[in-house]
Write a protein that binds this ligand. Structure first.
Ligand code: ADP
Ligand code: MG
Length: 272
């Protein structure tokens, strides 16, 4: 276990946002965090990354309370890509990745050829080397997100924390980004919106509901019709394939026969 939370609670503005969360991230695993909007995924990532301190309970990184480690020490082991990662519009793609080396630089350790090598490798890793000289504002959403991952990789962390990394990407870019993350030999904790993606990529899933951990385990054990109805308020069908992967199909009112196939007004508008 390299990162863990034990009985962690957190309040903001007088309201309890996270309550009594205990989980341990195993080295090398891909842990997904799912849950509806406002269930506390981003808050939990902030606590796990040490950005915020719990009101009670403790987050441990490599056996030490994360609050007892300096920011540089944490940043050398753990990289967070935030949900709304922001980057200045005027810098180049390469400069955006160079920021990832910050925790290693200091008066006695200036920028070196080794830093260049690490940045080059990170750019190549996310297939962005050919766009290294491009200015940030000319890049697409998918390219920007790859660069945010490259910046995190340039930090040379053991653990990658990703908050909804596929937001605003089309399906092709979502899948290639998750493939890219999965092929890193890193421990990954990622808040994901798409339950099918969580089922496909995650070794384990933590389910957040109203600031609590509602379930934690393998996707096939955690993702049940009952849990999805209870946590997300949606009816679903779940299939397990031969490889043990589960696939979800969400049921709409129409698929459940509660509304007519085509609304009468629409049918007449279509002239049929
Ligand atoms: N700094 C804050 N101050 C007050 N409320 C907050 C703060 N951060 C988050 N919240 C509230 O905590 C709840 C969980 O938010 P968040 O962790 O962003 O959920 P998620 O990422 O699952 O959508 C929401 O109701 C949100 O409004
Ligand atoms: Mg969030």
């Amino acid at each position: 276990m390299i990162l863990s939370a034990s009985q962690v609670s957190w309040s903001a503005g007088g309201t309890e946002i996270l309550r009594d969360i205990t989980l341990a991230v195993e080295a090398g695993e891909f842990l997904g965090i799912i849950g509806p909007n406002g269930s506390g995924k981003t808050s939990l990532m902030a606590l796990l990354s040490g950005i915020r301190k719990p009101r009670s309970g403790e987050v441990m990184l490599d056996g030490a309370p994360i609050g007892s480690l300096g920011r540089r020490a944490v940043a050398q082991r753990l990289a967070l890509v935030e949900q709304q990662a922001e980057t200045g519009e005027r810098i180049t793609a390469r400069q955006a990745v160079e920021i990832g080396r910050t925790p290693y630089l200091g008066p006695l350790t200036p920028w070196s050829a080794e830093d260049d090598r690490i940045v080059d490798a990170a750019l190549a890793n996310v297939d962005m080397a050919h766009l290294a000289g491009r200015t940030w504002h000319t890049l697409s959403g998918g390219e920007r997100q790859r660069l945010h991952i490259a910046r995190a990789l340039a930090q040379q962390p053991d653990i990658l924390l990703l908050d909804e990394p596929t937001n605003h990407l089309d399906i092709g870019h979502q899948i290639s980004l998750l493939d890219l993350v999965q092929r890193q030999e890193l421990t990954v904790v990622a808040a994901l919106h798409d339950l099918n993606h969580a089922a496909m990529y995650c070794d384990r899933i933590a389910v957040m509901q109203s600031g609590r951990l509602a379930a934690l385990g393998r996707p096939r054990d955690v993702l049940s019709v009952e849990l999805i109805r209870d946590v997300f308020g949606v009816d679903a069908e779940i299939e397990l394939d031969e490889g043990g992967l589960c696939h979800l199909r969400f049921l709409t009112q129409r698929s459940q026969g509660r509304v007519k196939a085509v609304r009468p007004a629409l049918r007449s508008a279509l002239g049929s």
